[in-house]
Design a protein around this ligand. Structure first.
Ligand code: ADP
Ligand code: TYD
Length: 215
């Protein structure tokens, strides 16, 4: 966890949830919502790609199985959705002192477009700088688990989107890219997501309490 990277820190707290598809992010969002509500912490929940009217349209395009887009187009669309979300949702919430919880953020682009598809790191970094201008999450929870476990959990779910349809080696590269990113940055907490929901949520509560206790 880290709040030292801002040039000027907004008063709220910025939390992002990351992981390969099927890691359990959506499962834990109601728990986080309840944990914050119990403490009367005002919070805004959002997701990427999406979270705004234009972002949700971009999401539809990105996830549709018949969309054919070059790697750069896909990456730019992720950041177009993100720019809109930052300007109209994330920054206003943080400035108002609210907590902002996003189901995915820029680490997803480094993991999926960078690790998964091979878009050069520097190219993503340039867009990150342009769009975020130094703003980074205070806490990023990475739900980490073996691909086979995530795949088995997802197989009981609905139809697969454009990313979920990718081969296992794509998802393996995504997982490694996440692990490498997490190793290099203090804002990451890596949770073993293969465990029971209650064990994972006990750790999430610990992370949230630490962030609450930070000056
Ligand atoms: P994500 O949002 O990261 O893609 P989901 O929260 O939708 O993942 O979880 C994928 C599936 O795995 C769901 O069916 C969910 O109920 C199940 N699941 C999530 N966490 C666990 C867990 N710790 N143990 C067993 N099943 C889980
Ligand atoms: P998500 O909403 O997590 O899908 P689901 O709820 O079905 O698990 O994310 C949608 C997909 O978009 C997911 O497969 C990851 C992908 N994605 C990227 O490839 N790059 C990005 O920058 C983001 C934010 C998401």
């Amino acid at each position: 966890m880290n709040r030292d990277h801002y040039i000027r820190r907004p008063p709220g707290r910025f939390i992002t949830l990351e992981g390969i598809d099927g890691a359990g992010k959506s499962t834990h969002i109601p728990f986080i919502r309840d944990w914050l509500a119990t403490r009367q912490i005002e919070a805004v929940f959002t997701r990427e790609p999406g979270g705004t009217p234009v972002g949700e349209r971009i999401r539809e395009l990105l996830l549709a199985v018949d969309t054919e887009a070059s790697l750069d187009t896909e990456t730019l669309l992720m950041f177009a959705s993100r720019q809109q979300l930052l300007d109209s949702v994330i920054k206003p919430a943080l400035e108002a002192g609210k907590w902002l919880v996003s189901d995915r953020f820029t680490d997803s682009t480094f993991a999926f477009q960078g690790g998964g598809r091979g878009v050069p790191h520097q190219r993503i970094q340039a867009l990150e700088q342009w769009v975020q201008q130094g703003l980074q999450p205070d806490l990023t929870i990475l739900f980490d688990l073996p691909l086979e476990v995530a795949a088995a959990r997802m197989s009981q779910g609905n139809t697969r989107d454009r990313f979920e349809r990718e081969h296992a080696d794509f998802h393996a590269r995504v997982r490694v890219a996440y692990q490498q990113r997490a190793a290099g940055q203090a804002r990451f907490v890596v949770l073993d997501a293969e465990r029971s929901i209650s064990a994972i949520q006990a750790d999430i509560a610990g992370c949230l309490q630490c962030l609450l206790d930070m000056a």
